[in-house]
Design a protein around this ligand. Structure first.
Ligand SMILES: [Zn+2]
Length: 267
């Protein structure tokens, strides 16, 4: 039996104390002795457990009986989640890499009790946001390095469908499979270039809208380095990639090309 106090962070970042395979949340600091903290069993509300722990630092002054058995699995789950959060705050690895590396080798019982993959991904993103680990703004398009977390949604679906690669004439195209299918089914399309809201490194944010149940919806977002014919020609070159990810018809891609060409200006 582990008679040492082990500490983990809750999902909200608050400390949880584990002692003899019971898990406790902090309730309050003793009013008569500010060096002593009172903890209550984390199953107090759920199972009406009255188990308590009195600590001075890591020294156990008092522990009381619980109305349930100790739960080693719960501590293992906290351990895995804690490790995931630590890795998230100290590395630039993708959410999937972190989850895979920390969940490999855990027992089936622990794995079955872990939060869902979606919830773990949210934990990682929250940890990184809390620690200010949002990537700094790059100085140029050559320096722009997009972390994998920014290329996909939480469920792993691609959002960045095309990146032409480092260079001053970089093009990024964002959409989803569902959006492209809506586009392919819509009878009317509307395209526009917006310059004011484009990130400073790009010349314009080019959007394509379609009609869906009477509503106008933006469905494709392209960050472009200019508004010349050459830029729009390069956009056309990605059609194979878009087809690959969306299974959208060549006819639709051709219409996209026509729209880009219509709004282009000469070299
Ligand atoms: Zn308890």
């Amino acid at each position: 039996m582990d008679r040492h106090v082990t500490w983990y962070l809750s999902e909200k970042g608050k400390p949880k104390a584990c002692y003899e395979r019971f898990v406790y949340n902090k309730k309050e600091t003793s009013k008569s002795d500010p060096t002593v903290d009172f903890y209550v069993c984390e199953r107090k509300r759920k199972d009406h457990c009255s188990g308590r722990l009195h600590l001075r630092g890591n020294t156990v002054l008092k522990s009381s009986e619980h109305n349930h058995a100790p739960d080693a699995c719960r501590q293992n789950v906290l351990k895995v989640v804690d490790s995931i959060k630590r890795q998230a705050s100290t590395t630039e690895e993708t959410t999937m890499m972190i989850i895979a590396s920390q969940c490999t080798g855990v027992s089936e019982v622990t794995a079955a009790s872990l939060p869902t993959e979606r919830a773990l991904k949210r934990q990682i993103q929250r940890t990184r946001n809390r620690n200010g680990r949002v990537p700094p703004l790059p100085a140029s398009l050559e320096d722009l390095n997009i972390p994998d977390d920014y290329k996909t949604f939480d469920d792993g679906e691609l959002f960045l469908l095309h990146d032409s690669g480092p260079g001053s004439q970089r093009i990024l195209i964002f959409s989803t499979h569902e959006n492209l299918m809506l586009l392919s089914e819509s009878q009317h399309w509307f395209a526009d270039g917006t310059f004011k809201v484009a990130p400073s490194l790009f010349h314009q944010l080019y959007t394509i809208h379609c009609c869906c149940q009477g509503l106008m919806m933006p469905v494709v977002f392209a960050l472009l380095p200019g508004k010349t014919t050459a830029v729009y020609r390069r956009v056309l070159q990605v059609h194979n990639t878009i087809i690959l990810f969306s299974m959208i018809s060549v006819r639709v891609i051709f219409i996209i090309f026509i729209i880009f060409m219509t709004f282009s200006t000469p070299y």
